[in-house]
Design a binder for this molecule. Structure first.
Ligand code: CMC
Length: 428
């Protein structure tokens, strides 16, 4: 393949370097184009723009492939633990037994949050959305650990910041849930593994001993793995771009949490269940809702359908759909919205509107049904997504800093007014 691409502009030829990735993805490097030609490229929504070279996650949207550090998502979801996957994403390799034990031990040493943080929970209105709370609480960690503000932290200091964030996030998420119930918080028990500890703090009671069902632990473990990274999506790009200003890790992740909240991104898992409930309450007429989604005069979209990159199927959705059947059966739960979801998928996948636009169920389509079966209320779903995505965000932030990437700063094409004369207030 040629090493450069030729671009002709106003009779001049510019040679632009071709960049090729290890999975043979190709890009045209336009980094110097403006200096040489005066032109920038325009790509609203970054539909065709690579923002970085990354060695963390690969996905092929046409073939429905997703790999973390070269390992297929299917194998990781079946064989690994969430903490193992977190280690893999952050440090690049699967841990040895000793490395994993040490990593787990370190995280478990940092699961407590500062007692003063509990006052924040008192300040939030009881109905405030868990994502707003999570974003604020994670950002507030930067005030409790001000050493994180130093962009030139030593490697050891930075490692500790990572460990603290991993340990405290699970505690914060479970306490947000306790707050929503008005229940007292449950402190972490470090004899448990990460996922069991999280479920223990979430579903444990001060009044009685609660045994966490291994079916629930396995399901949660798998869901967290499936959400752990997804290359340069909206929230991850946010984390990288915020971090590129030398902003601390906690604040960068907090920004990512805010980006994830939107219903077009991670917030879709909450929106899916709300949509399925609405369809059920409306009599379960799936065709009617599919038609609504196709109607260009109706703002309704099929939530949990479509993806910017996957144009064949979302491999995560495939695994989650199967897990959904298994888990509901094991837990003896019959959720009527599962049938509606399956019918909706069937109708949509045979409809030319969805087929032509290559719209398939995404990761959020079935995950909410599992979260609900595990006992989580709808408003907690996106927070669970964030808990899973945390190692990916950390890995991407770390990579961006280690590669010494410059501050993120897109260009624009200005289309506003030019050269207006100021008119005094009384004359307008
Ligand atoms: N229902 C109905 N029509 C849709 C849908 C949908 N869910 N998704 C896309 N379309 C249509 C859209 O109207 C457009 O049609 P046309 O070409 O006639 O104008 C076409 O398909 C292309 O859509 P787009 O909005 O240009 O595609 P995009 O790549 O910008 O958006 C998306 C991707 C995920 C935002 C979008 O598919 C969507 O809004 N889906 C529903 C929300 C959702 O499930 N989000 C979760 C995404 S996966 C997890 C994550 O990112 O966190």
């Amino acid at each position: 393949m040629s090493e450069t691409a030729e671009l002709k502009l106003d009779g001049k030829v510019f040679n632009l370097p071709i960049i090729e990735g290890t999975e043979n993805e190709k890009a045209i490097d336009i980094g110097k184009l403006r200096d040489q030609s005066g032109f920038v490229t325009l790509d609203t929504g970054y539909k065709n723009t690579g923002a970085t070279k990354s060695a963390i996650t690969f996905l092929d949207g046409e073939k429905g492939i997703l790999k973390y550090r070269g390992y297929g998502i299917e194998e990781l979801a079946e064989k690994a633990s969430f903490v193992e996957v977190a280690y893999l994403l952050i440090y690049g390799n699967l841990p040895t037994e000793a490395q994993l034990a040490d990593f787990q031990h370190q995280i478990s040493r940092h699961t407590l949050v500062h007692e003063d943080m509990k006052k924040f929970f008192d300040g939030f209105p009881s109905k405030s959305h868990p994502m707003g709370q999570l974003s604020s609480l994670v950002c507030s960690l930067s005030s409790f650990y001000p050493e994180s503000l130093n962009p030139n932290q030593t490697k050891e200091e930075f490692e500790l910041t990572i460990i603290k964030l991993l340990g405290k996030m699970a505690t914060i998420v479970s306490w947000i849930y306790k707050k929503s119930l008005g229940h007292p918080v449950i402190y972490p028990k470090n004899k448990f593994d990460y996922v069991t500890n999280f479920l223990y703090m979430t579903f444990g009671q001060r009044t009685e001993d609660v045994v966490i069902d291994p079916v629930v632990v396995n399901a949660m473990n798998q869901l967290l793995i499936l959400h752990a990274d997804h290359e340069q999506n909206c929230s991850t790009s946010t984390v990288r771009i915020v971090g590129s200003s030398d902003c601390n890790l906690y604040a960068s992740i907090s920004a990512g949490i805010s980006a994830l909240w939107g219903p077009l991104h991670g917030g879709a898992n909450q929106a899916v269940i709300e949509m399925l409930e609405k369809i059920k309450d409306d009599g379960g007429d799936v065709d009617k809702w599919v038609n609504k989604a196709k109607d260009k005069n109706d703002s309704f979209r099929l939530m949990g359908f479509g993806h910017r990159v996957y144009k064949n199927f979302d491999p995560r959705a495939k695994i989650i759909k199967k897990a959904c059947d298994d888990i509901l059966e094991k837990l003896g739960i019959n959720d009527p919205v599962l049938e509606i979801a399956k019918k909706l998928e069937e109708v949509a996948l045979s409809d030319p509107y969805f087929v032509e636009r290559k719209l398939y169920p995404n990761v959020d389509f079935y995950s909410g049904i599992i979260y609900r079966a595990l006992g989580f209320p709808t408003e907690m779903f996106t927070v669970l997504f964030a808990l899973g995505r945390l190692p990916g965000w950390i890995a991407q932030w770390k990579e961006m800093r280690e590669n010494k990437e410059p501050i993120g700063r897109p260009r624009q094409i200005y289309v506003g007014e030019i050269n207006r004369n100021f008119v005094a207030l009384e004359k307008r």
